[in-house]
Design a protein around this ligand. Structure first.
Ligand code: PMP
Length: 398
């Protein structure tokens, strides 16, 4: 069957990890894939997760199937985290949440659901965006369009261009927005700018689809939900794909959720019925373990506090690495201002390093960066920061 078929290209980001594993240079540094690492370069299981797993091991009675939408306690835990405990969306029953396999699964379920009822719509993605966004929505059969987002010349948000793009999106089309910690740029909207975007969405009648994969990595769990809260307050239909991969470190447990918000309880019941039909034919029902871990932590005040502390430590370490990188490059006499990296949020930074520099870093120093210059700051540690700053200074001063 495969004799005359050309092999598909490796995934641009996961393929880089494969190449990195084979790299023999002992100084190698992986600034590619979006996984948090601690200062020792490890991606450990959080202590709060280990504690929850011990509880679950004790309590678990069955491996029987979960409901199609997942454990109801998981769904309510997700809603409290993404909207805030006292949100009117929850008390008015306006949100329908299903446990999906990761944020990726949540995006795909949302795409399939939208395709059923809105098949002519286009999906608008930010320019640039996480590479898999294109693949997910294209695989569901959608045509794609890009809205302006990043000003590459000035390494910041191009808000006027963003507004102009979003004002031109036709009613019924879908706009995929990064709720916080934009991947790959690290450049987010401020609160005033979000308010304007929400007002445009409401006036124009496009459907917001928020990708919320990094809650807690921007400014904190509460501050990071600002965009979600604003869309909720606008009373419009919208979708949220959330993920516990990063903020709980549950990467391989595939623990995410799709939440569909409707203007009222009656419509939300209808939305849930179609969500279930959609899930049933893709993976039938979700894997249990990661969801149970997250729900256990989120519903236990002591574990919740422990987790918040661990999440804050991760965020603060990344911020410290941003500062160390910017100051380290400057201290080596590079005649280029990288201070914009300190303003960016989340795990990633558009470093402004071009593809020639990215290639040189990989070929000569075994420092792996995604094409386009996206750096995962969490790949920096106190052991490799000087090596990385030296390398960047060497190539930029050539
Ligand atoms: N959205 C964005 C913007 C991401 O960066 C990621 C992970 N790299 C995801 C969604 C999906 O995450 P996961 O499927 O691992 O939960």
């Amino acid at each position: 069957m495969w004799k005359n078929i050309e092999a598909a290209p490796a995934d641009s980001i996961l393929g880089l990890t494969e190449a990195f594993k084979k790299e023999t240079n002992p100084n190698k540094v992986n600034l590619g894939v979006g996984v948090y690492k601690d200062d020792a370069g490890n991606t450990p299981v959080l202590k709060s997760v280990k504690a929850a797993e011990a509880i679950l091991l004790e309590r678990e009675q069955t491996k029987s199937y979960l409901p199609i939408s997942g454990d109801p306690i998981y769904a309510s835990s997700v809603q409290k985290l993404i909207f805030g405990e006292d949100s009117e969306v929850i008390s008015n029953g306006r949100a329908a949440t299903v446990h999906a396999p990761g944020g990726t699964g949540a995006l795909r379920v949302g795409a399939e659901l939208l395709k059923k009822f809105n098949s002519q719509a286009k999906v608008w993605i930010s320019k640039p965006t996480w590479a898999n966004h294109k693949g997910i929505f294209a695989a569901a059969g959608f045509g794609l369009a890009e809205y302006n987002y990043y000003d590459a010349a000035n390494m910041c948000l191009d808000f006027p261009a963003l507004v102009a793009s979003l004002e031109a999106v036709p009613a019924g089309d879908i706009v995929l927005l990064h709720a916080c910690c934009h991947n790959p740029s690290g450049v987010d909207l401020n609160e005033e700018q979000w308010k304007q975007v929400v007002a445009i969405g409401k006036a124009k009648g496009w459907i917001p689809f928020l990708d919320f994969a990094y809650q807690g990595f921007g400014a904190g769990v509460e501050a990071d939900r600002f965009a979600v809260e604003q869309f909720a307050a606008a009373g419009v239909d919208f979708f949220v794909a959330s993920s516990f991969s990063k903020n709980f470190g549950l990467y391989n447990e595939r623990t995410g959720a799709l939440t569909v918000v409707s203007p009222n309880r009656e419509e939300s019941v209808v939305a849930m019925s179609h969500l279930k039909v959609t899930v049933r034919v893709i993976y039938s029902n979700p894997p249990a373990h990661g969801g149970l871990v997250a729900a256990t932590i989120l519903s236990d005040p002591a574990l919740y506090q422990q987790w918040l502390g661990e999440l804050n430590d991760m965020r603060e370490r990344i911020v410290a690495m941003r500062t160390a990188l910017v100051d380290g490059i400057a201290a080596r006499g590079v005649d280029r201002d990288f201070s914009f990296i300190k303003e960016q949020r989340g795990m990633f930074s558009f470093s402004g390093l071009n593809d020639d520099v990215v290639k040189w870093l990989r070929d000569n120093k075994a420092i792996y960066v995604v094409g386009g210059g996206r750096i995962n700051l969490a790949g920096l540690t106190s052991a490799n920061i000087d090596y990385v700053c030296d390398a960047i200074a060497e190539i930029l001063k050539k």
